[in-house]
Design a protein around this ligand. Structure first.
Ligand code: HEC
Ligand code: HEC
Length: 295
């Protein structure tokens, strides 16, 4: 009797143990997959470039990168999981709110030098995956530095007004009559890849001029003027073949044999180079339909 129930118990134990192992592996797999997806989102969204200092050996995502703009110089914050200096205490909801509404965990309004004006359209699954990735990057013990802005721009509550006027966080809307590739391309270009943050001109308040979507920004970012990438044949890239656009996005090689320079080279090296073949095709499909604008 005793022997029988002991065997039964042992059998149950083995079953339970194998169930736990199976469950652990399944959860582990799902976790690893989520992180991997998060890393892809992180790359294409270009979080690293802006949040990592340019100096030799700068800790990744520890902030301190100087972003020169016509309005002043922003010093990006630490977004590693450090509990004090980074975003270690931020919940998924806090990060979503920052990406969509440009508001910090402490409800401080953020400057649009952080391109939430594009990221606002990020889908929940992408933010969730991104968070799973960010939670696991090494913590950096580096305090944030203040931005170098003229006095009249240091008053953050003004950003509330700015957002009322210029920021309407809307989810990305798929256009049912367009192909899956076109919709994916629109999402990659306008939301994750935030191409318009550089390629669309801004008004005097520093807000994107949506009427001139991707029409080129001569003022540019960090002094680099970003060209017109609409389908205009002379002023834009309307005369590039799909293969030429694909090649440029993948490797920075221009149709005339020259290579991408300045900040675009960085965008390609840190983000676009990692696009899957399918996603590059989607970007090309979308870019081939952007309404032509003259310079
Ligand atoms: C073009 C540069 C740029 C890119 C790209 C960028 N950021 Fe930032 N980010 C900034 C700047 C500048 C700030 C500071 C804004 C402020 O102080 O108001 C900031 C602020 C933040 C904050 C708020 C931190 C805090 O302590 O208040 C978070 C969170 C954040 N970024 C996450 C991200 C993530 C995630 C990505 C990628 C999806 C990303 N950023 C991409 C420039 C950038
Ligand atoms: C951080 C700013 C920035 C972002 C973000 C950015 N670009 Fe650029 N882009 C530039 C600059 C600056 C140049 C000019 C490069 C040069 O001088 O070689 C450029 C050049 C280009 C060109 C070449 C155009 C020509 O006529 O030579 C294409 C195509 C292009 N970008 C596409 C994109 C796409 C697609 C995205 C988004 C996935 C993107 N860019 C995101 C700044 C940016």
């Amino acid at each position: 009797m005793f022997a029988y129930s002991a065997r039964r118990r042992a059998g149950g134990g083995v079953l339970l143990l194998s169930l736990m192992v199976w469950w652990g592996v399944a959860v582990g797999d799902a976790g690893a997959e989520l992180q991997q997806r998060g890393e892809y989102v992180f790359r294409i969204a270009g979080c690293k470039g802006c949040h990592t200092g340019k100096e030799e050996g700068a800790a990744p995502l520890a902030g301190g990168r100087r972003l020169e703009t016509p309005l002043g110089t922003f010093l990006s914050p630490n977004i590693t999981p450090h509990p004090e200096h980074g975003i270690g205490r931020w919940s998924l909801g806090d990060v979503s709110r920052a990406l969509r509404s440009g508001e910090s965990r402490e409800s401080i309004h953020l400057y649009p030098a952080f391109p939430y004006t594009s990221y606002a359209g990020m889908v929940d699954e992408d933010i969730q995956a991104l968070m799973a990735y960010l939670e696991r990057v090494p913590k950096a013990d580096k305090p944030n530095q203040p931005h170098e802005l003229p006095w009249y721009l240091r008053y953050r509550p003004l950003l509330y007004l700015w957002k009322l006027l210029f920021h309407d966080p809307e989810p990305f809307v798929r256009q049912a009559e367009k192909s899956a590739a076109w919709n994916r391309g629109a999402y990659l270009v306008n939301v994750l890849g935030h191409c318009g943050e550089c390629h669309t001109p801004r008004n005097i308040f520093g807000a994107l001029d949506r009427e001139r979507h991707l029409g080129g920004n001569p003022g540019g970012i960090e002094g680099d003027s970003a060209p017109n990438i609409t389908t205009h044949p002379d002023d834009g890239i309307g005369d590039w073949s799909p293969g030429e656009i694909r090649e440029y996005v993948r490797s920075g090689l221009l149709p005339d044999g020259d290579v991408a320079g300045g900040i675009m080279a960085e965008v390609i090296e840190e983000s676009l180079e990692y696009l899957s073949d399918e996603d590059i095709d989607a970007v090309v499909t979308y870019l081939r339909t952007v309404p032509a604008l003259e310079d």
